[in-house]
Each structure stands twice: as C-alpha cells, then as structure tokens.
Write a protein that binds this ligand. Structure first.
Ligand code: NAD
Length: 473
C-alpha cells in the first residue's frame, strides 16, 4: 500500500490528521493505496507560495529555465519505467502505453525548453525616435485540474506550457490516478523548478477548485475533463475574469471514403479506437463509411476487434486493459443497452468481461440511429459505431452535427476532397490518412463544446501569456 502525498511549497506533506481516500486497482477493484487530501489551510499555503513562486520563476533567466525543463525531461525519461508502472497500477492501461505516455511528457518539456528561448516580442516601425514594442508576459499563477485518463500527460499539459511561459502552477491530478501527476511535479522540482512554482494538491475536486479559483492570486485556470465540469469551471473563472483553457470531451467522426486505402484505415483505426480502452478525448467514435465500401470496412473492423487481447495492463502482449472506474463501465452498459433498444446491431463484444475489476469487451455497433444516446454523448469507452453513409455532403453534415469539435479523422486519397474537409469539418484537429492528432510541437485543443485554448506547440505557451504594448514617444 502506497500513500500519495501533497507537494506544497516544496514540502512533501502527508499524515498530520489529514483525510485520505483509497486508490483502487481497476483490474481487481481493490484498494492499493491512499491519496492525501489537502486541508483548507494547505490550499491557502499553496496560494501564498504560488504568488511568491511566480516572482522567483518569472525572473529566472530564460536560458536557465530552459535548462531546468530539459533536465526534468531527462529525469522523466530515466524514470519512465517506474512512472509507467504506477500509471498502469492505478489507471489500468497496458504498461507499454503508460511508458509511452510518460516519454511523451518528456518530449513536451523538451519542446517547451526550446520554445522558452523563442518567446520574442516585436517592435513596430514608427518615425525616428519613437517606437512601439509588443511584449509577452506570463499571466500569473495557474491552477490546473487534470483527468484520470492520462494521469501524467494531462498534468504535464497543465503545467509544462505554464512553466515555460514563466508562470507558477498548482495542479490537482485526479484522486483516482494520483501517482503519475505527482511524479511529473517531483521531476520538475528535482531538476530545479522552485517548489513554490510547481505544486501538487489533492482533495474533493469541487471544493479544491472553488477554493483556488476564489483567490485573486490565480490568474488562469486550465482543465481536462467533461464538458459539464468545464462549463462550471469556466463560470467560476469568469467571476474574477481569469483566463481559461478548457480541454473537454469529444465525439470524433471518422469519414471513410471509397477511394481510401481501406486496409491501412482498418489497421490504424481499429487500434486507435481501443487504445486506453477508448477513454481518450480524441477517440474515433462515429465511423461514417461510404456505402460502396461499408461491408468490406465493417467486416475488416469486426475481425480485427475480435482479435484484440484484453487483460491486466501488466500482462504481456495485451492490447487493452480494464476501464479506469466502475463509472465508465456503467456508462458503457447503459449506452449500449440504449443503442440496442434503438435497433443497433452488436457485431462484436457488447458486454463486460467477468466480474472482477472493470473489464469491458471491445465493442462494435452498426446501423445505430441518430436518436440513440451513444450517437450524441461521448461514450468514453471501448466502442466503435459503424454507419453506412451516402456521399461527401451527408458525411460532412453528420460529422458537424454534434456540438463537440475536438478531433476528426478522414480517409481519402482525393486531394480536392482533403482540402474541402480541412475547410469544412468543425474540429480542433483533423487527421487525414493517419491516426495521429497529437505532437509536442503542434497545438492540441477543441472548438465548440470541446473547449478552447490550446495545449502543446507554441500555442501551449502563448495561452499562458498576456501582451503588454509599450508605446515610446
Ligand atoms: P469529470 O469531468 O467529472 O472528471 C474529470 C476530472 O475532473 C476528474 O479527474 C475529476 O477529479 C475532475 N473534476 C471533476 N469535477 C471537478 C471540479 N468541480 N473541479 C475540478 N476538477 C474536477 O468526468 P468523469 O466522471 O471522470 O468522466 C465523465 C466524462 O467526462 C467522460 O465520459 C468523458 O466524456 C469526459 N472526460 C473527458 C476527458 C478528456 O480527456 N477530455 C477526460 C476525462 C473525462
């Protein structure tokens, strides 16, 4: 049994009468440790420290901040195996995915370490003797709240860009998967980020966010999670006009055209649909397949899905672990039941596996009517919906039907169609003939109900900065 502590003002805090909550193993449902909850006094201490940490960190020379982030990236790479194992224990994903997630965190820091040195302002041309200078400044202390589906990466996305910008940060990883996030914070402290500039707290989520966001010290909030909670936090942020980045849910359409390389699309997208048991905000969900290739695509998808191996994340050669919580399992069961009532066909899976832990079979539904809940709400689980569609216009219309707009995928070899999709599909990220929508140097984020503001890339730093325009006569 491990206990995951708080990290406040550089101090590791546990015990002393603080409340703790159990951390569960999704492959058994049993408690494997506890996480320490911060008291109100702890949160106040973290706020005071963040105000001081901001002054120290923003005034640390850029090349020094860059070197510290590079060093942290190195430590994360060195520790990737152990951090990955802790993620699998608490979240369930296959350990090779967990290690990959950890290494991606290092790649993000490496990109940001370079970006710190390129945060130029600009000078506007004016008559001799006068000038206008556009400067970029860190916005101030940032409060981040991260979901459980990528325990390390979600946290790094909250704090990496903010630290690169010169902000101090207080992050609350998910209490369900606390270790990966704390490991990111610890690596940054070990590399030389002041403990007052990078802090980690846990508690009852709504109580922690209300407390931190009520403070004028915090100047930005950044959240990964559901649209409902995102809207709530955006309203709290608005009370004090704090800026916000919201990385919320999606319902990614996949437009498969008859002119595409079907085998490549199948190999790529089947693996993608069940990665992390489908608990990914950019998970491909609604497959809109052009009628002439529908039967071929459906049969190939079902065959590949049935071949996937599900098991404990530490088992060798498994493709998919358990779901992260019983909440997710219940959501799957309820949505699949509702789809069946609406006439959907279950072509693979459809049920949970066993009664120990939270395993659910990779599931394929076909011919799902628009009225079914799963066609409108994010399932956030191992399920793919395959529907036959008649032509480009109808496919684009269906892709844009929902209020979500995070990722979208398309498979087509027609250059003119690619350009039209790039112009008309409403999404923050569009992947054409590839399954990848995420890269350290590319902005990641959504539109509409999927949120606003970007993480990663240059934009991941700029969303933590404000401009100051200096006019000199
Ligand atoms: P949720 O939004 O309730 O919780 C997500 C995370 O936010 C959790 O770690 C939770 O601790 C935290 N949280 C919840 N309320 C908070 C608050 N008031 N203040 C601060 N943090 C808070 O979602 P869930 O119940 O875990 O999952 C439900 C749905 O949310 C999923 O089915 C999916 O649609 C969506 N979701 C999206 C992402 C994403 O990557 N965008 C991640 C997780 C969940």
């Amino acid at each position: 049994m491990t206990q995951v502590p708080l990290s406040i003002a550089g101090e590791t805090l546990s015990g002393d009468g603080r409340e703790v909550a159990d951390v569960l193993d999704p492959s058994t449902g049993e408690a494997i440790g506890t996480v320490v909850h911060a008291t109100t006094a702890d949160l106040d201490r973290a706020l005071d420290a963040a105000a001081r940490g901001f002054k120290t960190w923003r005034n640390t020379p850029a090349d020094q901040r860059s070197a510290v982030l590079m060093k942290a990236a190195g430590l994360i790479r060195e520790r990737a195996k152990d951090i990955g194992a802790s993620i699998t224990r608490e979240q369930g994903k296959p350990v090779k995915e967990a290690i990959g997630e950890t290494v991606y965190c290092a790649m993000l820091l490496e990109f940001y370490a370079g970006e710190i040195k390129r945060l130029y302002g600009r000078t506007l041309v004016r008559p001799a003797g006068s000038r206008v200078e556009v400067q970029y400044h860190p916005v101030g202390p940032v409060a981040g709240f991260a979901a459980w589906n990528f325990p390390a990466l979600n946290v790094m996305r909250k704090i990496g860009g903010a630290l690169a910008a010169g902000c101090s940060t207080i992050v609350k990883p998910s209490e369900e998967t606390p270790s990966g996030g704390l490991a990111m914070v610890q690596a940054l402290i070990d590399a030389g980020v002041p403990g007052e500039a990078v802090q980690c707290v846990f508690g009852v989520p709504d109580e922690v966010s209300r407390h931190l966001l009520a403070s004028p010290v915090i100047r930005k909030v950044t959240f990964t999670g559901s649209t409902a909670v995102g809207k709530h936090l955006a309203k709290l942020a608005a009370d004090d006009l704090k800026i916000a980045t919201m990385e919320l849910g999606g319902h990614a359409p996949v437009l498969v055209f008859a002119d595409s390389d079907i085998d490549k699309a199948l190999d790529t997208m089947t693996a993608n649909a069940f990665r992390n048991a489908g608990q990914v905000c950019v998970s491909p969900t609604r497959f809109l397949v052009e009628e002439p290739v529908f039967a071929k695509f459906r049969d190939g998808f079902v065959e590949r899905t049935k071949a996937l191996k599900v098991g404990n994340g530490f088992e060798k050669d498994i493709d998919m672990g358990p779901m992260a919580s019983p909440r997710g399992l219940e959501r799957m069961e309820s949505m699949i039941g509702d789809a069946k009532t609406h006439g959907a066909k279950v072509l693979a899976g459809g049920e949970r596996i066993g009664n120990q832990g939270w395993f659910h079979a990779p599931t394929v539904l076909a011919e799902v009517p628009t009225g079914a809940e799963i066609m409108n709400e994010e399932p956030f689980g191992p399920v793919a919906i395959l529907n036959s569609m008649a032509g480009e216009d109808a496919m684009i219309e269906e892709a844009n039907r929902l209020p979500y707009g995070l990722a979208a995928y398309a498979w087509t070899q027609n250059p003119a169609r690619r350009r039209r999709l790039a112009a008309e599909v409403e999404a923050g990220m569009l992947a054409i003939d590839t399954g990848g929508v995420s890269a350290a140097d590319a902005p990641f984020g959504g539109v509409k109900w999927s949120g606003y503001g970007s993480e990663d890339g240059r934009e991941g730093v700029l969303t933590c900065m404000v401009t100051k325009t200096v006019h000199e006569g």
